[in-house]
Design a protein. Sequence first.
Lengths: 280, 280
Amino acid sequence: MHDFLVQLKIYKPNLSRQETKLADFLQTHPDRASQANIAELSTMTGVSTATISRFAKALGYPNFQALRMALVQSPPEPDQTLFAELSPDDSVETLAQKIFTSNIDALRTTLANLNAAALAKAVNWITHADRLGLFGLGASNLVALDGYHKFLRTAIPVAYAADYHMQLMAATHLGVNDAMILTSHSGEDKDAIALADLAKQQHVPLIVITGAPASRLAKMADAAFVAVAEESRYRTEALHALIAELSLMDTLFMISAIQTNSQTAPLFRRVRATIDATRQ
Amino acid sequence: MHDFLVQLKIYKPNLSRQETKLADFLQTHPDRASQANIAELSTMTGVSTATISRFAKALGYPNFQALRMALVQSPPEPDQTLFAELSPDDSVETLAQKIFTSNIDALRTTLANLNAAALAKAVNWITHADRLGLFGLGASNLVALDGYHKFLRTAIPVAYAADYHMQLMAATHLGVNDAMILTSHSGEDKDAIALADLAKQQHVPLIVITGAPASRLAKMADAAFVAVAEESRYRTEALHALIAELSLMDTLFMISAIQTNSQTAPLFRRVRATIDATRQ
DNA sequence: TGCCTTTTTGAAAAATATTTTCGAACTTAT
DNA sequence: ATAAGTTCGAAAATATTTTTCAAAAAGGCA
């Protein structure tokens, strides 16, 4: 329930002297500490059982045993070195591990932050759309292109363009019975916002994939999906987010495909075959 | 220490009636059980505290609390449903989880299968290349395009084209002091092999990103990187592999960038800034 | 600084939780 | 059907945790 390290962080500012001593011990020897009962822990740390009991409650646990359980459950802290800044001194192997770890982490956090209600709405718009517009500028165009490759093989007609002006023209043809998936990492790119404005004017349901939940674009969206990647991590957050953004597109596609297919069994097999054929 | 499920298996043959009742409850509600103290567990299960205490010792734990801890630590059996076929009956949430899980899994396996020696070689060719050709057809073109977006901002000159014939023309200009990164998921596409043939003829170091380690293309490569995604998993392995292939490209790029940058500090800062600017 | 208030702390008492004892109920073997 | 062994829970015994209370330490203020 309450992760020990999290609880500790919350309470940290008001730690007294004995409590600090105790907290330090718990952090450095979580294994030994979780084995011991309150009396043994008292001897180990030189802190009275009374204080230990009170400490547990202060952290928000109902009793000492609950703290013990939290301690034992608290995930072994992830290999910090894998989350460190890439360094020219790292071996090629370490660098690869760090990069993959960041990507995996981006996917995990993105999934955790995924809004199921928005997803259901978006899928509904997509599957019922007469046409689906896929747009994105710069590196985000990759996400749109990926979606294009995927949706091209389904029964849903798609509109895509690499060039901004072509995207604008394509977007002009969309209406209330269509849908638009627009990707922009910053969510503030003015061309992307122009596309979103167009969608709003024409009452096209607007699905946004972005890295910035508070951006103008996210606020304009009828359904927004946020690709989360650690900002601080050696400044290439934008690069890792791409993977997460593609996974979001992948999710929109797969669910839409599954749901349209389930309606008609023969079509199901056909589209499934085309999914397989999507790549060579 | 002693995993609960393992201990239970050992003791299973000599479980009495009440103990079976208890064991069943612990297995089906490990969460509720581990929250409760011995008295609460007694009420939940209809087994006396005496029997519960004896049960704990019978399984080899020194006391009831130790059993509780083991219970809470016992790795929750991996949610098999998350690796199952996507089903139209799944909730949107479950579908999303399955898709992300597959993607994460693809990254993990790909990392585990990564050949560090090949990576070092490839990075060396890339950083010393006069020109870097980035090619790929169909959906694999996305990987090439992603690489193009990335390498474009470094000091390494890049050649990319969306169209196959343009790719052929660009490849004709590469020589022994250049490098080519060619992506093909199947590794058997004839156009991709034609590009590889060209590279061989002109002695261009050939770096291949593929999903098929035994393919013709992989065998032709001077350094091959394999994106692994579970074949069996609802037939869309090719889609999940894309993420892994992009991560491989990402890795080639990041390591190359780091290594060229570390040589000249001022350039380092500049290229790092451009990495940030890669996305908008 | 010195006085007062508040906070922290541990010893011991009180409250809780767990284990063991003990005898009854149930099984199994003869 | 009876004896021997086993299982089991109530209650006693023990162990553990929490709370109380008073002393010590820290903080605030004239």
